[in-house]
Design a protein around this ligand. Sequence first.
Ligand code: ADP
Ligand code: MG
Length: 152
Amino acid sequence: MSMELILADEEATLALGRRLAEVLPDGLVAFLHGDLGAGKTTFARAFLKALGVGERVKSPTYSLVEGYDIGERRAFHLDLYRIADPGELEWLGLDSLSEPGAIVLVEWPERGQGALPPVDLELYFRHDGMGRVVGFQPRSEAGRRLVQALGL
Ligand code: ADP
Ligand code: MG
C-alpha cells in the first residue's frame, strides 16, 4: 500500500475521521477493511459526528445499516460482518445508497459484494503494536481528489 498513515492511538483515528469530514466535497462511498478491533467503527463515528450527525452514532453490528439525515445530506453506515450471503442485503432496501450525494461507509464490504454502490475510496485498517495503521486506496476520481485533499 503506497499511502499509509500511522494511527498511534485512538485520538489519531478520531482525528482522521474529523479530517476526512472537513475535506469531503459532497458524496462518498468508502469501504472500511480490517479485522475486528482495527478501528473501523471508531473512525466512522468521528467522521459522521464531524459531518454533523447530532444523535449518537451506534455501531450497526446488529442492524447492519444505520441511516442519518445531515441537513440535505444522507449518510449510511453499514457493518456487514454478520452477513453470510450478499443476497441478504436485498431485504434491507439499499437503493438509497446509490443516490447522488449519499455518504456511505461500509465495514466488511467484501461480504456485500455485488450489492453495494461503486466505491470511491478503500481504507485498510490494521493493528500495529498498541496502535493502528491505515492504508488508502482510491478507486475513483473523487477518491483520488480526496486523498490529495488529505495531503497523503
Ligand atoms: P472495528 O470497528 O474495526 O471492529 P473499533 O473501532 O470498534 O474496531 O475499535 C476497537 C478498539 O480500538 C476501540 O476500543 C478503540 O478505542 C481502539 N482504537 C481505535 N483506534 C485506535 C488506535 N489508533 N490505537 C489504539 N487503539 C485504537
Ligand atoms: Mg466495527
